[in-house]
Design a binder for this molecule. Sequence first.
Ligand SMILES: Nc1ncnc2c1ncn2[C@@H]1O[C@H](COP(=O)(O)OP(=O)(O)O)[C@@H](O)[C@H]1O
Ligand SMILES: [Mg+2]
Length: 291
Amino acid sequence: MDIQGNAASAAGDDPAHAWRHPQPVAADRDAAYLSLRQVRKVYQTRSGDVEAVGLANLDIAAGEFVSILGPSGCGKSTLLSMVGGLEGVTEGEIWLEGARVTGPRRDFGYIFQEPTLLPWQSVLDNVLFPIRTQKRPVAEYLDEAHRLLERVGLGEFKDRRPRELSGGMRQRVALCRGLINDPRLMLMDEPFSALDAISRDDMNLALVRLWDSYHKTALFVTHSIREAVFLADRVLVMTARPSRIVADLRLPFARPRDVTVQDTPEFNRICAWLRDQIQAGYARAAQASVE
Ligand SMILES: Nc1ncnc2c1ncn2[C@@H]1O[C@H](COP(=O)(O)OP(=O)(O)O)[C@@H](O)[C@H]1O
Ligand SMILES: [Mg+2]
């Protein structure tokens, strides 16, 4: 298998043997929840073709939280957009629960770097926004909206306007909005990158707490190795363009996840190993560009 083969050659005799993801979850796509088969993406631009994703093969089980790490411009957002059906694939196939993803899906939750809240609406109404646009009965979702806001510590802020909130609080509202319609899949594209370090730690904790009880399948793109490891069940590393997945680790940390896991030697060993993988990816890309 390509993912495994690449990971092994990149790692050499690395100590990460125990964490390495076993064979992809399923040999046939029917058994996997989300499946990417030989997915490639080439953008045609005026200055020529841009190969944004070289090749992605991936199986993800229901309920897995998967972090994706990789250098800027390596195609992480493109990968997420293709999974969400916002961008078509150039080659290959994406399957979710046995059905091809061919267009945008309403039953996915999205969180981007900017929370993009409606400034004239209250926190509660912003959370309920997808319910209104999908013309679902708002009354049926009120309890869940309150529950989500309580969970992320915004229970008392439900009637405020976004301008009255900090950046971290706004992103919490976006998180609740992403979860309100009980999505099949959460797609998060660097949702905390614009936050200061303390708010970001805070958000990581809020998200991990949410996941301890929600167990959604999630793809989470980030530049932060520690964030990737703290939040996820599994971490993928993508190389520079044309990108490939060169490492795929299953993390050995239990849930509910405690913040002190970040102080353990194993956590730090895994972060160091991932940093090496990313740097090896840079080195390979630099080598390829001079050849
Ligand atoms: N709509 C587009 N049209 C043309 N090129 C694009 C488009 N979107 C992204 N790209 C290019 O594809 C590559 C990967 O982009 P992106 O997926 O945004 O990377 P990342 O999220 O990892 O930073 C980049 O070189 C980018 O310039
Ligand atoms: Mg991006």
